[in-house]
Design a protein around this ligand. Structure first.
Ligand code: AMP
Ligand code: TRP
Length: 333
């Protein structure tokens, strides 16, 4: 069976080093091994209030960040989720088969809705069902994501299984999560127990893909650490979350293991290690930021690429949607 990949990110604010190391870097690698579909999930972004013009611009920016990170539109299909209506149609069909108990278990919903108790929305609750539709409507075999999406992917597999059982046929492919690399969960630079996130109010908690060299240097210099030098073994990194995080980032950026990094830097003080890390990060990220800026200078070209991607995505998904409609007894357009 050919490998088919689908993944996506929300167009909310700047993408950061966690997005890059946890997801994007793996997306780029998959392009030569599989048929790849990468979307910007603007429908998911609507689960929090959005300014219409900013939302459209953020989709372009996120698409530009995919391309700047190495997604090649001649190899991969790149498109805005909302331009491919089969996602929302399959979403409804899957919603009719989703027990509320499954959604009640989703930790991301619990975390997000806890922040906004007086404004709990059906869309946020149903978010994982739309994500399952995103994946299943392509019959994706693999989904490269960061660690935080694991539970959502299990739900997608469960829904594929529920559909297949209900209609008594092996129609949907059960998608495999691809949570790979050294940095599946990059942590905040200010607090090694919290995930690096777009929504953290402190910009010092994350390295954005658009940060310039001075900003990257400053953020690493200010990054929280402890007083001990770097240890020799991974076991000694346990209970030192901030140290572990910087070693993890170093390893992922240089395509080495954490143990390789410890072997090379054991006994080093953080002041020196952070300088090396800054140099490495600037070398990897500065070209991405430059390309991103250049691409954003011609949004018409980005729109053309997205339209071309959407056309391909529509062709594939309409075929699958017709099959699903036939199976469940709905009417084709
Ligand atoms: P999001 O920013 O929530 O739309 O996430 C987009 C992708 O980046 C998903 O695959 C996430 O799992 C991944 N991701 C987000 N934050 C991190 C992080 N701190 N470490 C690793 N992966 C992350
Ligand atoms: N929920 C994912 C996130 O926040 C984004 C997403 C939406 C996604 N649909 C997807 C990821 C389909 C992978 C596959 O990161």
């Amino acid at each position: 069976m050919t490998k088919r990949i689908l993944s996506g990110m929300q167009p909310t604010g700047n993408l950061h080093l966690g997005n890059y190391l946890g997801a994007l870097k793996n997306w780029v690698k998959m392009q030569d091994e599989a048929e790849c579909y990468y979307c910007v999930v603007d429908l998911h972004a609507m689960t929090i209030p959005q300014d219409p013009e900013k939302l459209r611009l953020s989709v372009r920016e996120t698409a530009a960040a995919y391309i700047a990170s190495g997604i090649d539109v001649n190899k991969s299909t790149l498109f805005p989720q909302s331009a491919v209506s089969a996602h929302t149609e399959l979403n409804w069909i899957l919603a009719t088969m989703t027990p509320l108990g499954w959604l009640n278990r989703m930790t991301q919903f619990k975390e997000k809705s806890a922040k906004n108790r007086d404004h709990e929305l059906l869309g946020l609750y149903a978010y994982p069902v739309l994500m399952a539709a995103d994946i299943l409507v392509y019959q994706a075999t693999h989904v490269p994501v960061g660690e935080d999406q694991k539970q959502h992917l299990e739900l997608a597999r469960d829904l594929a299984g529920a559909f297949n059982r209900a209609y008594n046929r092996e129609y949907f492919t059960l998608p495999e999560p691809m949570i790979i690399g050294e940095a599946t969960r990059v942590m905040s630079l200010r607090d090694g127990t919290k995930k690096m996130s777009k929504s953290d109010e402190s910009d010092y908690s994350r390295i954005n893909l658009t940060d310039d060299a001075d900003t990257i240097a400053l953020k690493f210099r200010k990054a929280k650490t402890d007083a001990e030098p770097l240890p020799e073994t991974l076991a000694e990194l346990e209970k030192r979350p901030e140290a572990d995080n910087l070693v993890t980032i170093y390893a992922a950026l240089s395509d080495k293991t954490r143990q390789d990094i410890l072997s090379a830097h054991a006994g080093a003080q953080f002041s020196g290690f952070k300088k090396d890390l800054t140099e490495l990060a600037v070398a990897k990220l500065a070209p991405i930021a430059d390309t991103l800026r250049r691409l954003m200078g011609d949004v018409a070209e980005i729109d053309r690429m997205l339209a071309k991607g959407a056309e391909k995505a529509n062709a594939v998904t309409q075929k699958h949607l017709r099959e699903v409609k036939d199976i469940v007894g709905l009417w084709r357009a």
